[in-house]
Design a protein around this ligand. Structure first.
Ligand SMILES: NC(=O)c1ccc[n+]([C@@H]2O[C@H](COP(=O)([O-])OP(=O)(O)OC[C@H]3O[C@@H](n4cnc5c(N)ncnc54)[C@H](OP(=O)(O)O)[C@@H]3O)[C@@H](O)[C@H]2O)c1
Length: 319
């Protein structure tokens, strides 16, 4: 047996219970991970509430009880048949089984299993809390910039929601590629984003973003919402918008302006996690930790998340 957090009824942060559950075993092609740290993502609190933010017809099916979480950093505690690249004692991190079942990762726990190919070696100089902060947000930024946009040196990238999980990785990866980066966030994050190297900072609480920037090649929008279309006038003809979440972009108007869309759903990828690990080793990607809570207090971590204005990532310390 082991201890894990489980949601027994859709609802608020207090619907999560820390309790005894069966310990999983690694199947063929899988490893068993003794989790040291697990990060939170917006999906976790959206799933916990039963996807109440979505229209009923769009809500994914999710059986109760379930253990939330997709992002882990830990130590291999066992390997299944057919796994040759990992052995007991290896330090690994990754986005586990995503997409797929919403609760496929089961990261809010002492142990989970993962397909071997979803993991990468944790950089030795990075602790488990910082490593756990990377998988979903880091891969979302990585895949948006390099798979969907194919970012080139010298282009201008505007990141809306630049201080959050996805945003702060997008800023760092775009800078590491030699792009000019404009970061949009509330004023409390100005010093943080300047330290990450943004060339221009826009405080959306005092300045209308559509008036403060123009001729941008690529917009990465982690905020979306009903006014997402206000970003259209910023983009050059031939430029792109990558919506990371739902928004009303008035796509007909965008196409008249010559703007194309590069959306994408993040997916597990151990090889890309290794690339992120390499960038962390060289200091070009530095995960920012907003706050750390013990696994036993996941409810408190979710309450912090729901206050918004997250700077980087919220992490659960398991060991
Ligand atoms: N497509 C995918 O595969 C994928 C993957 C991961 C995440 N997502 C989605 O992407 C979204 C962002 O995820 P995340 O992990 O980055 O969330 P997060 O860590 O909560 O970051 C959101 C950031 O947006 C900022 N913000 C809020 N309102 C803003 C506004 N009007 N203008 C500019 N910034 C604003 C917040 O801080 P301030 O307000 O203080 O600036 C915060 O730093 C979520 O909806 C998530 O579900 C999608």
């Amino acid at each position: 047996m082991m201890r894990a957090v489980r949601v027994h009824a859709f609802g608020g942060p207090d619907s999560m219970v820390y309790e005894e559950v069966p310990r999983p075993e690694a199947g063929p092609g899988e490893v068993l991970i003794r989790i040291h740290a697990a990060a939170l993502n917006p999906l976790d609190w959206v799933a916990r509430s039963g996807f109440a933010v979505l229209p009923e017809a769009m809500r994914p099916k999710l059986d109760l009880p379930f253990t939330p979480g997709t992002d882990v950093s830990g130590v291999v505690a066992g390997v299944g048949n057919g796994v040759s690249q990992w052995r007991e004692g290896d330090e690994v991190f990754g986005l586990v089984r995503f997409p797929g079942l919403v609760n496929g990762g089961k990261a809010y726990a002492r142990y989970t299993t993962s397909p071997a190919s979803h993991l990468a070696r944790k950089p030795a100089g990075v602790d488990h809390v910082h490593a756990a902060a990377v998988p979903m947000a880091g891969l979302t930024a990585y895949q948006t910039l390099f798979d969907h946009i194919r970012l080139e040196r010298g282009k201008t990238v505007l990141v809306n929601g630049a201080a959050g999980g996805v945003g702060h990785f997008a800023v760092q990866l775009a800078k590491a590629t030699g792009a000019q980066v404009i970061g949009v966030a509330s004023g409390r994050h100005a010093a943080f984003l300047r330290d990450l190297g943004v060339d221009q900072f826009i405080d959306y609480t005092t300045t209308a973003v559509e008036k403060a920037a123009r001729d941008v090649d690529h917009v990465i929008d982690t905020v979306g919402g009903p006014r997402a279309h206000r970003l259209l006038p910023l983009v050059k003809p031939g430029g792109t918008i990558s919506p990371v979440t739902f928004g009303d972009y008035r796509e007909d108007r965008a196409s008249e302006l010559g703007i194309s869309f590069r959306p994408g759903q993040v997916r597990s990828d151990g090889a890309q996690m290794s690339e992120l690990a390499r960038l962390m080793e060289t200091g070009r990607v530095r995960p920012r930790i907003d706050s750390v809570f013990p696994l036993t207090d996941a409810s408190h971590a979710h309450r912090r998340a729901e206050q918004g204005h997250i700077q980087g990532k919220i992490v659960l310390q398991v060991i």
